[in-house]
Each structure stands twice: as C-alpha cells, then as structure tokens.
Design a protein around this ligand. Structure first.
Ligand code: MN
Length: 489
C-alpha cells in the first residue's frame, strides 16, 4: 500500500525544490472527499488515488501531475466539484483532472467503439500528454485490484487495456508501464497459459536463475572495477512473462530457446563509458556477433537508445547485456515522461516540448474540429472494417481491414507507392503483401531508381486508391513498348 510519505519522498528525490505542502493538502482534500467510500477490495477508497500518485511520482512527473493524481476521482465520485478543485489547487491541476474525467467515458465496447476510444485518447494526449500518464497510473492500480471484481468485468477491463492502453504505452515508449500492464492483463485474458508460464518458469527454476545472474554480475563488477570504471550500476532481470510468451508464440520456440530471458543491464554516466563496458564484456565472454545492436549510434524510430550485446557467458549460457547511460535508462523506462523530468531538473520551466509525432496528433485534432462530424459521419459500421496504423512520425492512418504496406504507401503518397521495395512493420522486415493490424507502426522502404509499381501488387491491394494508382503508373509492358514504337513510325 502506498503512503503519502512515500510519495513526498519520491517527489523530493526527483526535485528537491518540490512544493510538498500542496501534495499534502491534496491528500487531505482527497481523503476528506472520499471518506466513507470503499474500493471493491474492501479497503478505503483513498488507497487508490495514493497508488495512482505513487506511480506518477515513480515516473518522475511534476508536482501538478502528482496532485492531479491524488484528486483524479474527486469530481466524478464525490460531492466536490471541479470548481472546488480549481479553487484549492489552481487552474492547471483542475485542467488535468478535467482531462481524466473526460477520459473516464472511454470503455472497450467491442470493435465498433475501439477506434472511437483510441481517437479520444489521442485527442486528450494532444491537449496535454500528462493526462494520459495519470490515466495510465489509474489503470495500473485498477488492474492490480481487478481480482475483487466479477469475472466478466475482469475480462472486459483487461481486454480494453490490452487493446487500447498497451499499444499507446508502447507508442509513448513507457516500457516499464507497458510490461506491467501486459502481465496483469495476461493473467485475466489467458489464465491457463499465464499459470503455466508462471509456474514453470518463474517459480521452479527461479533459485537457480537468480544464482546465475548474481554470479555473472559479480564477475562483471570486478572486471569493470579493474578497467577503471566508476559509478556504474548492474541489474539483472528476466524478461516479463507476457514478453516471453509472445516470443514463444511468434517464433514457435520453447522457453529455453528464448535468448533474452537472461538479461543484465549496465547503467553508466557517459556514452564513451557505454562503449568501454562493451569492450570489457567482450573481453570476458565471446559475443554472438549477429546479436550486437548499437541503438546509441542508430536509435530506434521511437527514440530508444542502448547498446545490446549477447554473449556466451558462464557455462556458455546465452546472456544479453543492455548498456546505456542514466538518461537513456530513464527514457526507456518512462518514455516521454523522462524528457520533461530533465527539463525540470535543468531548472527550466516545466514547459513540455512535444515530440514531432505528438504535434502530428495535434494536427489530426485540428481537422476533427473543422469537421466535427468525423465520428458521426463515418458510421460505426465503417469503422468495423477499418484498421489504424502509425507512420514512423506517429501519424495515424486508417485503412480498410486486411490492407497491406502497398495500400499504406499509396495512402501516404503516390511516389512512395511507386518506389516501394520493402516494408518495416514494427521495425521488422515484412513483405509488401503482409496484412496490417491496428497499432502497427509501418515504414516503407523506397528505392529512387525503381521504375514503378508491379502488376502483381494488384492481386493483393485492398484500397481503390492503390489499385487505380498502380494501374496508372505501371511501366509499359514489352508489347506496349513495341506497339508504341510501331505507332511512332
Ligand atoms: Mn481512478
């Protein structure tokens, strides 16, 4: 159970100049507002806002967000209004709480509402991205206490989280949260598989695994000390359960064949130290050359940075290392939330600089305002047959179901379609006729010298746009060329 003291301590750690008094006041206010209310678990209601605020403090969000986290259920569930919140805690906090209250109407009601829900989340995000973080923290605690709800509700909430919140947590790069949400949902959505995984892999052999990680850690610690490194931190971990399960499904492998089950993370101060650590690791153990990835030199599209290397460590056991700086570590755990933590720490205002893709979502919102009937106009039955995919910049593109990268490419621009030679779906190479799913991040690989589309594409494209553009741009066939020559003569 989270306490107000823990929250204040965390906030102070994040920023020594934090106004802790206002956090305390918000706690008292929420406690009073929710008094006599109980959660389904039987505990006092205040435990829920406390847990929400603690998650936010752990994510290193600013004071107003923590305060809003404490107050997030006040206008909806108590006699106090949003005006009361504003009077006591100011406009900014009230705006955040208002954002959360608006979002509470988002429910997963099957595919027909899915897109609508996603859209609302995007809009809220565009207004103030911090609202989403509060919503995430709220959802995390609701999942942690889901056992107290009836079966049917458990399934629905888990489903909704998996379909709506998890992809967005990924999009925002908040991995730490995404993994927690996934494991919690996994338990309710696939209870049998969850139990099996948990028993087989986390309980039975846990002792032995912990010992192994400890040994590797010790050896590396000594080596790094010998090599003159200071202020490093090594942590060992297992991949989260759902992650292992997913890998087993997609790669048709069993647990022992999943290599990054064993992973150690080395966090240092500077980038040159990252490379120094790689050298130390490779001089201890032989690397698997194919699995060396330098995401510091070439960051992933979502901004992820780290060096990954996999080695034959003790007894030849395959073990992964992730090496990164403190800043990168924070970014990979808390995604965009980390960015404004750094702003805060540098003593600047907490003005949050939106990344490119958030700006793009803002654009979408503008369009929605000028033609506010977007949701009304495109009827529910249209949405059932459509998917939402993302461009590398975070633009949301909607396409008919079973669309392929070629449909996507022509949707973006005729030239991109004409010059397409390959596609990356969620950063993995995929064929041009792959079937896209909602939430996929799609990048088209083009080649300048490509003459034009291929006639074969007509066999699999779904959209009319793609079909007609392919036909218009097909390079002339041999017979066509000969006919043209004859005509010219
Ligand atoms: Mn809540």
């Amino acid at each position: 159970m989270a306490t107000i003291k823990e929250i204040i301590d965390l906030a102070r750690q994040n920023n020594p100049k934090t106004d802790t008094e206002i956090i305390e006041l918000a706690f008292e206010f929420a406690k009073k507002a929710h008094k006599n209310q109980k959660r389904k678990t039987g505990e006092p209601y205040i435990n829920h806002p406390l847990a929400t605020a603690k998650t936010l403090a752990e994510m290193k969000t600013d004071t107003n967000v923590i305060v809003a986290g404490l107050l997030h259920d006040v206008p909806e569930d108590t006699d106090y209004t949003l005006e009361d919140v504003e009077k006591n805690f100011g406009k900014e906090v009230a705006e955040l709480v208002k954002g959360i209250t608006k979002l509470s109407i988002i429910k997963y009601r099957g595919v027909e509402r899915y897109i609508e829900s996603l859209r609302k989340l995007f809009l809220a995000m565009a207004n103030d991205i911090r609202v989403i973080l509060i919503k995430f923290a709220d959802r995390l605690n609701n999942l942690q206490t889901l056992y107290a709800l009836p079966d049917r509700k458990q399934k629905r909430i888990a489903q909704e989280t998996m379909e709506i919140y998890v992809p967005i947590a990924g999009l925002l790069g908040i991995w730490h949260l995404k993994w927690q949400l996934e494991d919690l949902c996994f338990k309710y959505l696939q209870p049998k598989e969850f139990k099996k995984m948990k028993q087989k892999y986390l309980v039975e052999e846990k002792m032995e695994r912990d010992q192994y990680i400890d040994k590797v850690k010790k050896i590396l610690e000594n080596k790094l000390n010998d090599d003159g490194l200071k202020n490093f931190q090594i942590t060992g971990r297992f991949k989260h359960l759902y992650g292992i399960y997913q890998k087993m499904q997609t790669k048709y492998r069993n647990f022992d064949e999943i290599h990054d089950v064993f992973a150690l993370r080395v966090v240092v101060e500077t980038i040159p130290e990252c490379y120094k650590v790689v050298g130390s690791i490779h001089s201890l153990w032989k690397p698997l050359t194919k699995r060396f990835k330098d995401y510091i030199a070439v960051p992933k599209v979502n901004g992820y940075r780290s060096i990954h290397t996999t080695v034959f460590a003790l007894s030849g056991r395959i073990t992964e290392f992730q090496i990164r700086t403190k800043k990168m570590d924070l970014e990979s755990k808390y995604g965009i939330a980390a960015h404004w933590y750094y702003k805060q720490k540098d003593g600047e205002n907490t003005v949050y600089h939106q990344p490119e893709w958030v700006k793009n979502i803002l654009e979408i919102q503008k369009h929605a305002d000028t033609s506010n009937e977007f949701i009304n106009r495109v009827k529910v039955d249209v949405f059932q047959h459509r998917i939402f995919v993302f461009t590398p910049k975070g633009d949301v593109i909607d396409l008919p179901r079973k669309s392929t990268p070629i449909d996507f490419a022509y949707h973006i621009h005729t030239d991109i379609g004409n010059k397409a030679t390959g596609a990356l779906i969620n950063e993995k190479i995929a064929p041009l006729n792959a079937i896209l799913k909602s939430g996929d991040l799609v990048k088209i690989i083009t080649e300048k010298n490509r003459k034009g589309p291929s006639r074969d594409w007509l066999k699999f494209v779904k959209t009319h746009t793609a079909k007609s553009k392919i036909k218009q741009n097909l390079p002339p066939s041999m017979i066509g060329k000969v006919l043209n020559k004859i005509r010219k003569k």
